[in-house]
Design a binder for this molecule. Structure first.
Ligand SMILES: NC(=O)c1ccc[n+]([C@@H]2O[C@H](COP(=O)([O-])OP(=O)(O)OC[C@H]3O[C@@H](n4cnc5c(N)ncnc54)[C@H](O)[C@@H]3O)[C@@H](O)[C@H]2O)c1
Length: 288
């Protein structure tokens, strides 16, 4: 019997937070999700319920399992409700101030001084979020991949202040009940995967921007010519233009290497709300 944490908190119910809540609930864990305000509660509830129901419709899980998982997820807009949580995944917008505020608030709310705070950040130093709390040894990076229920990898990042016990408990939760595969990364912006992936995605945007090739041509080239399951522009639409812009800015701040600088086209798309799938329009159109 698993004796790791069973009362899980997830802060943020966007693309990633909803996926993390879903896999935790399907693993039989008790899940409480925090959203940014009362007006987001219903949307979050629908989001997780619809995703589970789609899995049942496709026959990937049976209907009872989907219903049982949905019942294990509660949604709140009050972080104070997290007092009894043993392990919290933070997955709010990729913004250091927002995340640090969440960490400080959680640190004040969690009753169990051993409770672990894990961030899904793609680019921010874990140690800086750790320093926003009075339990830096209990703060760790757990970087999931999108879509969370489908992709098996999680990059786990201990900061210079993370304890061995936190690392062990976190990896046991991820590889045990959550069924993920982990790789360990140093506390460097972009960890392993994004440090490699982001320059590639930005290069594809630069090719579109300079008129070198169209989004369709580039995506066809990389899927049919290199056997990538998805082309770079479609992948940006899936990740979110806003998220990629924030992540690339974080990488640029860390390394000051032009390969991470945000192309003007991407920045203007983020400014204009052309965010990809989540807004219905990015490099491609997604009619609802
Ligand atoms: N999109 C990806 O492919 C991907 C992959 C790996 C990691 N990440 C990381 O996951 C995190 C979330 O990204 P996402 O793609 O889910 O973004 P998203 O924009 O879909 O969701 C972020 C959510 O956080 C909410 N939020 C903001 N402040 C909040 C607060 N104080 N309390 C509760 N909720 C709050 C927003 O309302 C929004 O619903 C980011 O750190 C991102 O870098 C994203």
């Amino acid at each position: 019997m698993n004796d790791g944490p069973s009362r899980i908190g997830v802060v943020g119910c966007g693309l990633m937070g909803a996926g993390i809540a879903e896999i935790c609930a399907r693993a039989g864990l008790d899940v409480l999700v925090a959203v940014s305000g009362p007006s987001s509660v219903d949307r979050a509830r629908r989001r997780v319920a619809d995703s589970l129901s789609r899995l049942a419709d496709k026959g990937k899980i049976d209907r009872e399992e989907a219903d049982a998982a949905a019942r294990r997820i509660r949604i709140t807009s009050a972080l104070e409700d997290f007092a009894d949580r043993e392990f919290v995944f933070e997955s709010v917008t990729e913004n250091e101030t927002t995340k640090a505020e969440v960490f400080t608030a959680l640190d004040g709310v969690l009753r169990d001084s051993d409770a672990i705070l894990a961030t899904n950040t793609s680019s921010l130093p874990i140690v800086r979020l750790a320093k926003a709390t009075r339990r830096p040894e209990r703060v760790i990076g757990t970087h999931f991949f999108n879509p969370v229920p489908v992709l098996p990898l999680v990059e786990v990042t201990a900061s210079l202040l993370t304890s061995e016990e936190t690392l062990h408990t976190t990896e046991a939760l991820l590889t045990g009940p959550l069924g993920k595969q982990v790789i360990r990364s140093r506390d460097r912006a972009g960890f392993i995967v994004n440090a490699l992936l982001v320059p590639y995605l930005l290069s594809a945007v630069r090719m579109v921007e300079s008129g070198h090739a169209t989004a369709e041509e580039i995506d066809t080239g990389m899927t049919l010519g290199c056997a990538h399951p998805i082309g770079p522009l479609r992948l940006i639409d899936l990740i979110g233009v806003d998220t990629l812009t924030q992540v690339a800015s974080g990488l640029y701040e860390e390394y000051r290497d032009p390969v991470y600088s945000v192309p003007p086209l991407l920045a203007r798309m983020a400014d204009g709300g052309l965010l990809g799938r989540k807004s219905g329009q990015g490099f491609y159109a997604y009619p609802s």
